[in-house]
Design a protein around this ligand. Structure first.
Ligand SMILES: Cc1ncc(COP(=O)(O)O)c(C=O)c1O
Length: 416
């Protein structure tokens, strides 16, 4: 059994499930929305129905659907009363929006490192990062695993901080039986194409706080207020509303979410069990507080010394075995040119000479950037034998590690 990279037969030749998944339900509901001629959120009923369903699925009284999961974060920050130069604590291992939304709210992102076991924001690092200027924390439920919310909410209560959960990866996840996104003051979700619930683009803010929800609703609708005139605008804001065609798709996708989440959860757990048995592989740790993992990503860390092969060679070998995969983020956020150069346009965070992201150290996040392997959630949507194929491919690569390591050495020698 030679590695596929060296001409052997691949472990897997069949494709994994494609994403997104749709059927007659989406086609019919879209046609109805189209023919209704009510394409805008303020005329039709699809977005309103979706907001209500999504919020109540989270045990929340309010849901405000918006254009994407970046503006949902920015709107939540503005609704929380963040002012110029306030500090907001964010993790360094996340999509850029978690931190860029803070800059776009004219505040200053402060990075607190992630835990090496869960890949989520470390509550201890949050404690160390709090200053008198800190106003909010944005934990990310990374890959669909709920963050350490009890500890983060305790710090927030002691320091009077607002907590906005970035639940862009966590549709359907739960923490001690409570839905991710409903644990802080506001929860923010994305419905962008890759997400576990999608309409191509879109986002939502959920909350149980009446006043915060009212402000989000106003900010997403040009600063209008419930009893105001149409052309009466109360604060700086914009049109961040979601359209009815996306609402129609989301209503159908929501009907599919619970069953898809169960399948991902079962396959994810099975895959994690099998991979953890191999030396040097560390699937994302799962604390007991996680009662449902959304598995937006199946993520693991590969220690190249213990596994016996560099991560990038494993990625190439997996791909050749028919397992689509990636190394995820190439940089921790403080190392992104955006932050290194404080390329913040007109926003105030660029003005403070003392703020230097080059000096920020987040060693766990940096290690993940070098050692992570990401598998997309659609790989977990088929039968358990799909997860077995993935695990078999890792085992095969491990068994042939000497050949792979030699090839990696030769090619790095040749490159020199
Ligand atoms: C953790 C996280 N937060 C926020 C976002 C932003 O969502 P959107 O792409 O809908 O703006 C993403 C998108 O990938 C994300 O992964």
């Amino acid at each position: 059994m030679t590695l596929a990279l060296f001409g052997g037969a691949p472990v897997r030749t069949r494709p994994f499930p494609t994403w997104p998944i749709f059927g007659d339900e989406e086609e019919q509901r879209l046609l109805l929305a189209l023919r209704s001629r009510q394409w805008g959120r303020l005329q039709g009923s699809e977005v309103a129905a979706f907001e209500q369903r999504f919020a109540s699925m989270h045990g929340c009284r309010h849901g405000i659907a918006v254009a994407n999961g970046t503006v949902s974060l920015r709107i939540a920050l503005l609704a929380a009363g963040i002012r110029a130069d306030d500090e907001v604590i964010v993790p360094p291992y996340t999509f850029v929006s978690t931190a860029s939304a803070v800059v776009e709210a004219n505040a200053v992102p402060v990075f607190a490192d992630v835990e090496l076991e869960t890949f989520n924001l470390s509550a201890a690092a949050v404690s160390r990062a709090v200053t008198p200027r800190t106003r909010a924390v944005v934990p990310v439920h990374f890959a669909g695993l709920p963050a350490d919310m009890d500890a983060i909410m305790t710090i927030a209560a002691e320091r009077n901080l607002i907590v906005i959960e970035d639940a862009a990866h966590a549709h359907g996840a739960s923490y001690q039986g409570r839905p991710a996104g409903s644990l802080g003051h506001m929860g923010s979700f994305s419905f962008q194409s890759s997400k576990n619930l999608t309409a191509g683009e879109g986002g939502i803010i959920v909350s149980n706080d009446e006043a915060l929800a009212e402000r989000c609703r106003s900010i997403h609708n040009c600063g209008r207020v419930p009893d105001g005139l149409w052309y009466e605008h109360h604060e700086i804001s914009g049109n961040y509303r979601l359209g009815e065609l996306q609402g129609a798709v989301l209503n159908c996708q929501l009907d599919r979410l619970a069953a898809q989440t169960r399948t991902r959860e079962e396959n994810g757990r099975h895959l994690a069990r099998r991979l953890a048995a191999l030396p040097g592989l560390h699937p994302q740790g799962r604390p007991d507080t996680c009662t449902r993992h959304a598995y937006h990503l199946f993520m693991l860390r590969l220690d190249p010394d213990a596994f016996g092969v560099p991560r990038d060679s494993v990625l190439r070998a997996l791909d050749a075995e028919g397992i689509p995969c990636s190394g995820g983020y190439g940089f921790s956020l403080p190392d992104q040119p955006l932050f290194r150069n404080k390329a913040f346009g007109p926003y105030l965070a660029s003005a403070s000479p003392a703020l230097d992201y080059r000096a920020v150290r987040c060693p766990n996040s940096d290690l993940l950037c070098r050692q992570a392997i990401w598998l997309e959630h659609s790989l977990l949507l088929g039968p358990q034998s799909d997860a077995d194929d993935i695990a078999d491919a890792f085992e095969k690569i491990h068994a042939h590690r000497a050949a792979l390591r030699d090839a990696a050495r030769e090619s790095s020698g040749a490159a020199r």
